[in-house]
Design a protein around this ligand. Sequence first.
Ligand code: PEP
Length: 263
Amino acid sequence: LVSRENHPERSVIEVGGVPIGPGSLTVIAGPCAVETPAQTLAAARMARAAGATLLRGGAFKPRTSPYAFQGLGETGLKILADVRDETGMPVVTEVVDPASVELVASYADMLQVGTRNMQNFALLQAVGSASRPVLLKRGMSSTIEEWLMAAEYIAQRGNLDIVLCERGIRTFEKATRNTLDVSAVPIAQRLSHLPVIVDPSHSGGRRDLVLPLSRAAVAAGADGLIIDVHPDPAIALCDGDQALVGADLAELAGQITGLAALM
Ligand code: PEP
């Protein structure tokens, strides 16, 4: 269902009226985690001012440590919905278990399946039955084939509105959190008709790499980017080291627009 063999045309997926796919370079931006209404609104305004058209933000955070901030849950979803009303930006947010798909879908415009859940087959089937587009992140230790098979689980349930997101894979390199697999972009686009975007924030885990990784992603043909921004990264409850502020995002948006125009 997701293979390009039977569907040679590359697909465009709409999220609350915003297209992702060939013909557009979609920027999704927002805080890693929803912390407060003011923080989320400030991040959304920074994102929108820089040209981002979709708002990201985690209300359910799958953290490595059980002692780390786990997200605000439904309170966070309500904040996201309020900020969407205020800014007009459709919302992309993560869902971590099948039982909460309905709840998250009642607030969100797009359901994100994170790297740690890429092979949570019950979750894939549940989002496959939901009436919302899905952002499927690549498992950090998954091959491209496994990633596409995960997308197939979603599609098999009737939901073909899927966007693939390369977010870095595990390698021996320790300078970055994960290694952005730039080659996955053209390979996945050749094998599948689904749009492919890149997360330069979670792959590198470092603010100074977000801009160069974004340029690399766009040069490789990515259909969009998903980027962490925070009004005050130093006090972020989650992944502050990789968060951009508004001026950085505006600089990034200017550079990738120039790069895309050359291609
Ligand atoms: C996220 O985007 O908030 C996130 C946790 O990303 P990943 O699943 O890629 O680590």
